[in-house]
Design a protein. Structure first.
Length: 233
């Protein structure tokens, strides 16, 4: 089988040698963050208190902008404990460019260990197809549920929700094999990505697995006309 170019992805490194992934802030209010404002309810409240409240209210758009600017952008890598049933990984990210984004599962291995690479290769499957274009060997099934929510000042909406039970191999590198999950067009905005494992997979207990979000290399994004994000419900 022919080696193909891997998608554009890059982990965020920390001093400890492990990827750091800013995750979503839970709660409600502005872009998922809790904002607590104390405002006067008595008509006798001093004018100074009212002014402080109005000043804090004026800062809300600035707070929203700061939260958005601190969210990561693709390409990125999100670790995923896929061997445990019910395990999840969630991240809030910012999309700046309208294009088709690649969502893949990467199965890692030690490049200096040929036996480990062979073992992971068997689990990853092959990229070969029959005469009808059907993959000959998809490798081990990793049933997951992938959901994507658009986030805005009103709270956002669901734009993608799908269970995926077959992930064909399409590319590999010196230390991982990549299996296709989805190819999804995303318009500029804020999104919350969540992936959930639907079945215990002990065969992957010692293999580092991650959700990779990137795009096809050497491609140009299409023109964007500013149309709104379309919600499922």
């Amino acid at each position: 089988m022919t080696k193909q170019a891997a998608p554009v992805t890059a982990p965020i490194k920390t001093g400890g040698g492990y990827p750091a992934y800013p995750l979503a802030i839970g709660g409600g209010g502005v872009n998922g963050a809790f904002v607590l404002l104390a405002f006067p309810t008595s008509k006798k409240a001093p004018i100074k208190t009212v002014r402080i409240f109005l000043a804090m209210l004026a800062l809300l758009p600035w707070i929203s902008g700061c939260l958005a600017s601190n969210s990561p952008e693709p390409p990125l890598v999100l670790p995923f404990a896929v061997h445990r049933a019910g395990s999840t990984s969630t991240i809030k990210l910012r999309i700046m460019t309208y294009r088709t984004y690649w969502f893949d599962l990467a199965l890692g291995f030690n490049p200096n260990d040929p036996k480990e690479r062979d073992r992971v290769e068997k689990l990853a499957g092959s990229s070969g197809t029959d005469e009808d274009g059907t993959p000959i060997n998809d490798g081990i099934s990793i049933p997951v549920r992938l959901t994507i929510n658009a986030i805005d000042a009103a709270g956002g909406c669901l734009i993608y929700d799908k269970e995926i039970r077959k992930e064909p191999l399409y590319a590999w590198s010196s230390d991982s094999y990549s299996k296709i999950l989805a190819r999804i067009e995303l318009k500029p905005g804020m999104y919350r990505i969540r992936i959930e494992n639907l079945r215990r997979i002990p065969e992957l207990g010692q293999i580092p697995v991650s959700l990779n979000i990137g795009w096809a290399p050497l491609t140009r994004p299409p023109a964007y006309n500013g149309s709104p994000i379309r919600c499922l419900r």
